[in-house]
Design a protein around this ligand. Structure first.
Ligand code: GLN
Ligand code: ZN
Length: 763
């Protein structure tokens, strides 16, 4: 007997990022919509073909969208915020792009939908905006057309859709009373900062129920047998109201015909929602067993409690890891599960394969990991091998866990007050010093030089000379602008994580390992393949060079261990904690070398410090513990008078200020210009003892802020942070901006800082 196999979704970008390029040329007007759709449908067809070729029992339909599934669903439900009134004249293809980008042909530019992280992945979804009088206007004809195309394959199909409850959970009511919303959030302990879950959203259940029911009828009429309803909210710590909503919704959507609903949970076990989930009146349940803790066997509890007529789709191939599965171990699970479930057992990937690169076959794989990796395409084969019982022991997958790595984490040698004094005496900076976050514009010339160097068309020396020229230019510009603490500009770095991954031992950089981050934007996370060590200094020569060009202080610029880890694929057999500590040790050595080379200020960026936070409250303390420990370890080699800066990008610090305080950086620069000054209120209310540099220039916007804009942020900050502990800087790095706008904005920034400084000194 062969078990049913299926996946929760497949990467849509294409092995060579075809969707990205098609979208971008469509946006630029280089191809027509019909041409764009033809390219997209070719990809959709090849995704289906990959599933058929691999021999999966069901072909998954509906996961192929252009930008983001939640966005597509919102548009199909008619959830189009009022500011996009011109969307009326667009079809759904352009409507999606309009909402996502704030821009569409013959329409006025408006602010795009907000984007936020999809659970604990590095994928971003677009947050649907509901208004309190929201009317829904469903039009699923694009989805139905997709189903019709898939039907032509003559294969058993499964259609996937965002579930009603999770859709509302992930949406936001824009005109709701925010104070009220916040009150709810803390009462129910439901403050996953990135995911909105206002109970007020539940009032839309009634309006959406008939829409879902009608859609199910349409699918049934087309001969569809299975619908996978994605309900990832089921793995979160849910307030009772949300749990009740699950019961109510699935009770009312119950089918008595042969359309079978499979409710899919993923990214965690069901936790406290186990009982709720197994008893939903649907045909089947999907669970992700790849995130279970060692020895937890949560899946056994699910099997024990699952009513005996239901399908259990067991997600055992990890949809978030790039490593090959241990089929022998998984086969044991399959055997056990099959004894209880028989044919009711389905085999699946834990989550959608959206989060892994497409195909290993285009890579040149280094010997040390040969045979150990599996990207999306290879995971299909693993799944089918498991179902067919074609189990082979992969000798290359060492089960022997490497000796556990730990270290005695160090702290700074003196408390902040003492360091602060020593630094003031040494650095002699003016009141409210000005600085930037690190990168200056990555111009076409920089990228061309790097491409030429990578292709062997530029010698090492010539490349180094080209980068030095860029550094010299950046230093000269900063001198002219009158900034107080300079940076070298990061011209030599493609990316703040990839650069370090390329220089540390223990990483492999794939060539085509692209993963969608949002829309057409893809990232290529480095893959951690072994113990991480630092064979040589990584940044010293560049910073030293920059230092020779100016009498001012040039900051050394590093990426912190937590950020490197969170933006990489972790190794197969080590805990994230261990990897992070190894990274911390490598960065600590770099801090030492920079300091020995005379660098007086060193910034350790932790842009993604909060991103690896586990979804469930109960698991969070452990994460914070090693994340903070790792950061402190890096900075522990700094002398008392060496100033350590850190930088973080995101704007919601409410739930992690104690941890940020515990990191004990001398100065933290943060994003504030977009989030307004509420952010600083958090620093004020909870009391932050060290120095802070609020961002006064929103670098995400091409619009350069006025001096008034900047002045407002500085004045607001001064109400919270004493002038001696205040810095002035942009929100983030300037890599994506052009030089012209950068110069204008920074000139204003320096001017405003000087003005305020003068006023303070006069007072
Ligand atoms: N130093 C980095 C830069 O300026 C920081 C980037 C980030 O926070 N994302 O580019
Ligand atoms: Zn940033």
């Amino acid at each position: 007997m062969t078990l049913t196999t299926h996946i929760l979704g497949y990467p849509r970008i294409g092995a060579k990022r075809e969707l990205k390029f098609a979208e971008e040329s469509y946006w630029k007007g280089e191809i027509t919509q019909a041409e764009f759709l033809a390219k997209a449908q070719a990809l959709e067809a090849s995704n289906w073909q990959a599933q058929i070729d691999a021999g999966l029992s069901l072909v998954t339909v509906g996961d192929f969208v252009f930008y983001d599934s939640i966005l597509t669903h919102a548009v199909r439900l008619g959830v189009i915020p009022a500011r996009f009134k011109e969307a009326e004249k667009l079809n759904q293809v352009d409507q999606q792009f309009y909402l996502a980008r704030g821009r569409a042909p013959h329409c006025t530019d408006v602010a795009a939908l907000e984007m936020t992280k999809w659970f604990d992945t590095n994928y971003h979804y677009l947050v649907p905006e509901l208004n309190s009088a929201q009317q829904f206007k469903a039009d699923f004809s694009d989805l139905l057309a997709q189903v019709d195309r898939a039907k032509a394959l003559n294969q058993p199909l499964k259609v996937v859709l965002p579930g009603l409850v999770s859709f509302l959970y992930l949406s936001r009511i824009v005109d709701a009373n925010t104070a009220e919303a916040e009150k709810h959030a803390c009462e129910c302990g439901n403050d996953h900062a990135d995911i909105s879950a206002d109970q007020a959203n539940l009032k839309f259940v009634d309006a959406l129920l008939p829409i879902y029911a009608a859609l199910f009828d349409e699918l049934k009429a087309r001969g569809v047998e299975y619908v996978q309803v994605d309900e990832p909210a089921l793995v979160l710590d849910l307030a009772p109201e949300w749990q009740a909503a699950f019961e109510q919704v699935y009770h009312l959507l119950q089918r008595h015909d042969c359309l079978k609903l499979i409710v899919a949970s993923y990214f965690e076990t069901l936790g406290a929602n186990l009982n709720l989930a197994v008893n939903l009146p649907v045909a089947g349940l999907h669970i992700d067993i790849t995130r279970e803790k060692v020895g937890e066997f949560f899946w056994k509890k699910v099997i024990d409690q699952l009513p005996t007529h239901k399908i259990l789709s067991l997600g055992l191939i990890n949809g978030r890891s790039v490593w090959a599965s241990d089929l022998v171990a998984l086969n044991d699970i399959v055997q056990t599960a099959q004894k209880s479930l028989g044919e009711r057992l389905w085999l699946a990937t834990g989550c959608s394969l959206l989060h892994v690169p497409v195909d290993l076959r285009s890579e040149t794989i280094p010997a040390e990991v040969d045979g150990k990796l599996a990207f999306a395409r290879q995971k299909l084969e693993e799944l089918v091998a498991l179902a067919n019982g074609h189990i082979y022991a992969n000798e290359k997958l060492s089960k022997a866990v490497d000796a556990p790595f730990d270290l005695v984490a160090q702290s700074r040698q003196a408390p902040f007050e003492i360091r602060f004094k020593a630094q003031q005496e040494k650095l002699k900076l003016p009141l409210i010093p000005t600085t930037t976050i690190g990168s200056f514009p990555q111009t076409a010339e920089i990228r061309a030089a790097r491409a030429a160097w990578n292709n062997g068309n530029l010698t090492n020396d010539a490349y180094e000379a080209a980068m030095k020229k860029e550094i010299a230019y950046a230093i000269q510009q900063q001198e002219e602008l009158g900034l107080d603490v300079l940076v070298h500009g990061e011209a030599e770095r493609t990316d703040m994580v990839e650069y370090f991954a390329g220089l540390l031992d223990g990483f492999w950089l794939s060539k085509f390992g692209w993963v969608q981050s949002y829309g057409s934007r893809c990232v290529r996370p480095p893959i951690i393949v072994g113990d991480i060590t630092r064979p040589n200094a990584m940044t010293v020569k560049w910073i030293e060079y920059a230092n020779t060009l100016s009498d001012k202080i040039v900051k050394g610029m590093l990426t912190g261990p937590v950020t490197i880890l969170n933006w990489s694929f972790p190794p197969a057999h080590r805990t994230r904690r261990e990897v992070c500590l190894q990274l911390a040790e490598a960065i600590r050595q770099e801090v030492s070398d920079l300091q020995d080379a005379g660098v007086e200020i060193i910034q350790i960026d932790e842009a993604a410090f909060r991103e690896g936070l586990p979804l469930r409250k109960a698991d969070q303390a452990e994460y914070w513990d090693w994340a903070v420990k790792s950061f402190k370890h890096c900075s522990s080699s700094a002398r008392v008078d060496t100033q350590i800066h850190t930088h973080m990008c995101y704007s919601d610090f409410k739930d992690c200020l104690p941890q940020i305080t515990a990191m004990d950086a001398d100065v933290i620069t943060i994003e504030t210009s977009r989030s307004g000054l509420q952010l600083l209120d958090v620093f004020h209310e909870q009391g932050y003892p060290n120095a802070v540099g609020p961002g006064v220039y929103d670098i995400h916007s091409p619009r350069t802020p006025t001096s008034d804009n900047m002045r407002t942020v500085i004045d607001g900050a001064l109400k919270t942070i004493p002038a001696e502990r205040l810095w002035v800087n942009p929100d983030c790095g300037l890599k994506t901006r052009g030089w012209a706008e950068t110069k204008i904005a920074l000139a204003t920034l320096v001017k405003m800082a000087k003005e305020v400084r003068k006023e303070l000194q006069a007072a």
